[in-house]
Write a protein of this length. Structure first.
Length: 138
């Protein structure tokens, strides 16, 4: 489905559950996801994800896609700085509570004081959304 065709949330969900995996590499999936979200009229500048990994030097691996930059893989090193940044993040709070968190910058609340929010605000971002995805086997 191209961006010029009518694209709905239902189409996006169907694409994510079926066709997205046909693109192979997760970086390619992120790039097309960003295009599809924009086709829906959802202005997205950045999408990121991460997962814990068993490695003595890294506590996680993730993908980040930024409009105009494209997707790239990133690794989260085990350092005091990265651990503190993660411990203060809305992402961690979202995972721990199982709740989606949306924060619009400028409310001068506890979230506006977080390091990641301050960094993104300087770069021109206005909102932060964290959506937890839990995987388990029953």
């Amino acid at each position: 489905m191209s961006n010029s065709e009518s694209f709905s949330i239902c189409d996006l969900m169907a694409w994510l559950s079926k066709d997205a995996k046909m693109l192979g590499r997760p970086c390619r999936i992120f790039a097309v996801l960003g295009e599809h979200l924009q086709a829906l009229g959802i202005e997205v500048d950045r999408i990121s994800t991460g997962i814990s990994i068993l490695d003595p030097n890294y506590h996680g691996e993730g993908l980040i896609w930024e409009r105009g930059v494209g997707p790239r893989v990133r690794y989260f090193e085990r350092t005091p700085d990265t651990s503190e940044s993660y411990n203060q993040s809305l992402w961690k709070r979202s995972i721990e509570t199982g709740q989606t968190i949306r924060h619009k910058f400028g409310h001068h609340d506890e979230f506006d004081q977080l390091m990641i929010i301050q960094e993104l605000k300087v770069r021109g971002y206005t909102d932060y959304v964290a959506v937890p995805m839990t995987f388990w086997m029953e």
